[in-house]
Ligand binder design. Sequence first.
Ligand code: M6R
Length: 604
Amino acid sequence: MCGIVGYVGKNKAIYSLIKGLKTLEYRGYDSAGVALIQNGEIISIKDKGRIDHLENILEYDKFTGNIGIAHTRWATHGIPSKENAHPHIDQNHHFAVVHNGILENYLELKDFLCKEGFSFSSQTDTEVVPVLMEYYYQKDKDVIKAFQHTLKDLRGSYGILIITPLLPDTILVAKNNSPLVIGKGCDGIYVASDVPAILQYTNYFYFLEDGQKAIIHDDVITFYDSKFHEISKQSKKIDWEMDAIDKNGYEDYMLKEIHEQPEAFKNTLNGIISAHEPIHFLEFSLDKKYLEQLKQIYIVACGTAMHAGLVGKYAIERLCRIPVIVEVASEFRYQDPILDEQTLCIFISQSGETADTIAALKLARERKAKTIAISNVFESSITREAKYTIYTHAGPEIAVASTKAYIAQVGIMVSLALYMKEVLEGVNDEIIALKRDIIEIPRLMEEVFKNEDMFKELAHRMSKETDLFYIGRGNDYHTAMEGSLKLKEISYIHSEAYPAGELKHGPIALIDKGTYVFGILTDAQVYEKTFSNLEEVKSRGANIILVTNQDIKGDNVITIPNIDPILSPILAIIPLQFIAYYIAKEKGLDVDKPRNLAKSVTVE
Ligand code: M6R
């Protein structure tokens, strides 16, 4: 969702601001803007549309200031338009503000400020911030006091940057339930909503926690807690390399990230799984007594992360016989879930900033459940909320459609299930065999990649379709769900995933002559049953594409290596990722930035 960048230093701010915004493009946005302080005043430009468009209309020569803020907006309050784009500036041109998040009490504040004689020019919630700043500034003529009063009045989530010609070398920073990082480079201080935006300037970052603020003045950063008491903060090192956020010769990030999956999987499980050592997680341990008294496990997440949770459920239930409920985060909260000390709640989020997942995690903590976060982003919000964190080391995932993070999440979930089994029963042959399979997976993924041309050809044949179906049983159904989501989010083709046995209870009515149906068949135990379901749709004229590790011959058969059904989703999803990707390419779509979507959904 919205992206934020700020800079104060020796250089002209405009270059690092625009560069930073471009790196954040993957977050999803519909308008962009910048504001700088120069010659004692605010200079700003903003518009609806892409950053390229902003660059076309801004004259670089005119933006010479050394301090500035920038923003990409993903509309929440008010349509995408120039007026609603950030930065927002008060009527006296004293304060320019960029904001990520939602201010829940903005109507109340707006009403109050209108009565006080202030005017507004946008439909956004954000605009109350510069206007409130001005309101308080007029009272005391003190910018820092105005900042303190303004923040006290705000209710909701925010990452906020404010600049003002009244303190021309200063950026005011505040965070609450919306990510913000600060990095100190050689030639200035950078602020952003996400590490990649400023990774080229430093590997050391200060991560603000909820309620914390920072005042950046020239090259000095002063941090404050929620009560505005000065605090000290340590920077943390992020080891990501710059080429991790380049396309490295690939046409799109998504294609690059699909190809990075063997590495992502290996890096994630490095140190957790080895053939002869017991499984161990650096971050935490669960003892046998705790696992024996465990009543139930909840896995809570959204979208693809939730699909990884389903694969985790399959593994935990099969291996440990502990009941697992997988819940979509936005539903979990409102179902009054039954949680206590004997419930383990696992929250999965690539970004670690998904608002619904964070809210669900807070609820689980309130109700005394033990919480584990699985995240790909160091120091992200869920990692700070949860008792324990396990990091996936997939590297930065830029494409909106999640691929390598999913593979890494599944890797962690299966390892967690194996770990719990090992704690409960000690090492046995089943565990040893599964560990061996896990170690082989990166090589087996490379085997699947060898059929990329075939996936491309299939995509070519399907690109004009309007409806596609994905079916499977057990873990194959979970793969079907993830395959279907991948397709719809980037190709805009309607698709459905169904448990294979459920088709004849309704959806089979949609199968027509020529309808494409993907059948996922990787579990020998249910193979014949699913095959019969595929025969049913075939006899109604459907075109079947099989993804299988069984010995089946035929034109539309994608063969993947045979592996335990607990792990097979890791291989079975790859052809479906490629096919979704190539269909979107055939349709000429922007694969990495699909319409209406944001990489991290920071509003509920
Ligand atoms: O960052 P998160 O893992 O919490 O994101 C959850 C979903 O928004 C995400 O997986 C989404 O479904 C992806 N676009 C799927 O490709």
